[in-house]
Design a protein around this ligand. Structure first.
Ligand code: ADP
Ligand code: SR1
Ligand code: MG
Length: 422
């Protein structure tokens, strides 16, 4: 055992650990004879064990001091588990329907015991690749985003409470620095970790590195990511961080949680849906051209933003005389100024969403840690064609985001680019 009490789990140690931890043992009904244990970590960073006994279940997630998908050559603070645990608890308190329950956290072991999100839940990204429609997805994700972002912002909190929360999350600096590197820096320069579908996208990747306008825009977003402590964001809200069935949506994996710009979360979700959209042609087979499914993705993107807008501004109305200190009722008490303030706030948030969404798309095509939406397209030329469309759309979105007035304009631009480059 290391001097700090940390030990990487294996199956034997896991069983010992669970037996010795009453809150976890109880979740398994104190039955250890017929345990089923499976390490399912298909994420990029950590180790995740599903533990099932005849009378209960749980998940154990452990952070090791490096990035799993790269290996020990890329060290990473294992204390990220603490930030994941406190964000799960905070967001779970605000939106219990869409966040798994935390049963246990061990800071020495960098280990979380949490609710097992049972089958038929699957990772949303896998559902999007399989072409499965989720009729409640936009409703649920907009609910999660509206509640977690509103209630942790200055629209609801006093500056005293907000500042102390910001201070608590400032310690998640290494995870923020990882995002700064892989989202806002590496794709725009030569980096050992960058890769793309070569040789097809060689000149596209080079064009990203040579695009001065793009560099100006990404600098602005990086500054906002680093400087704007707007709300407690999930920090990695892509479609691999959401587990779904037809009627349930669960957000997992907020280890990048910190006080940052709201648009980073909304953009992560929307940007990953856009990636899923442009990947669909690569999944088409005889008898299923995926066109119908593409329409559903576009509808989900539109509904997500519109429902978020509606729910977030409704919370704002509901709490306009509450503790939030951003717009004091004594100053902003007439309906005209209230409307104006809301319009300006939401417009900026919309443009942030588009900008961050575009940045998250670009990094998944020419940076490190690509997405299964494209990686699962086996034929390289076909994959590159899909990726190029997504990349071109993202570049334009990043540069022109302020010219979009509504989400339906964004969706129309997607359809247009898709048609033109087919
Ligand atoms: P990482 O931090 O490495 O990205 P994730 O939190 O994304 O890890 O988890 C990796 C995988 O483990 C997920 O894709 C999912 O399949 C599974 N998983 C994680 N948490 C749960 C949970 N609470 N219930 C069921 N499966 C889970
Ligand atoms: C090395 S980058 C790994 C990526 O995986 C996580 O899910 C985050 O998106 C991070 O950027
Ligand atoms: Mg993950």
């Amino acid at each position: 055992m290391a001097s700090d009490g940390f030990r990487p789990l294996d199956e034997k140690l896991l069983v010992e650990y669970v037996k010795a931890t009453p809150v976890l043992a109880e979740k398994l009904g104190n039955q250890f004879d017929k345990l089923e244990i499976e390490e399912v970590g298909d994420g990029n960073l950590n180790f995740v064990y599903i533990v099932i006994s005849p009378s209960g279940s749980l998940v154990i997630k452990q952070a090791l001091p490096y990035i799993r998908c790269i290996g020990e050559s890329w060290p990473m603070a294992k204390e990220r588990a603490y930030f994941e645990a406190i964000t799960l608890k905070e967001h779970g308190g605000l939106c219990p329907d869409h966040v798994p329950e935390v049963y246990h956290f061990d800071s020495s072991m960098c280990l979380i015991g949490m609710q097992y999100i049972e089958p038929p839940h699957i990772i949303l990204r896998k559902g999007l690749i399989a072409g499965i429609e989720y009729p409640l997805l936009a409703e649920h994700v907009s609910d999660y985003m509206a509640k977690t972002l509103f209630y942790t912002s200055l629209l609801y909190l006093t500056t005293t409470d907000h500042k102390s929360a910001v201070a608590k999350y400032c310690g998640n600096v290494e995870m923020c620095r990882l995002t700064e590197q892989v989202v806002f820096s590496d794709p725009y320069k030569v980096s050992e970790h960058n890769h793309w579908t070569s040789p097809y996208l060689d000149s596209d990747a080079e064009a990203v590195r040579e695009d001065n306008l793009l560099k100006l825009e990404i600098a602005e977003l990086k500054s906002k990511f680093c400087e704007r402590a707007q709300a407690l964001i999930h920090g990695d809200l892509h479609t691999g961080s959401i587990m779904v069935t037809g009627d349930s949506t669960q957000v997992i994996d907020p280890e990048f949680g910190f006080y940052g710009p709201m648009g980073f979360d909304i953009g992560a979700f929307v940007g990953n849906l856009i990636l899923a959209y442009f990947a669909q042609d690569g999944h088409a087979v005889d008898g299923n051209d995926r066109n119908h499914y593409k329409v559903w993705i576009l509808k989900t993107i539109t509904e997500t933003w519109n429902l978020f807008y509606k729910k977030f501004t409704a919370l704002w109305d509901e709490h306009k005389d509450g503790p939030g200190e951003a717009y004091l009722p004594a100053i902003y008490n007439n309906p005209d100024v209230q409307l104006l303030v809301k319009q300006i706030y939401m417009k900026e948030l919309f443009h942030d969403t588009l900008g961050f969404g575009a940045a998250k798309m670009i990094r998944r095509i020419v940076g490190v840690a690509h997405v299964a939406d494209f990686e699962s397209i086996k034929e390289a030329k076909k994959r590159a064609d899909c990726e190029r469309k997504a990349l071109n759309f993202a570049k334009n979105l990043l540069k022109e985001r302020r010219n979009f007035q509504s989400i339906s304009e964004v969706v129309s631009a997607m359809e247009q680019l898709d048609k033109l480059s087919s």
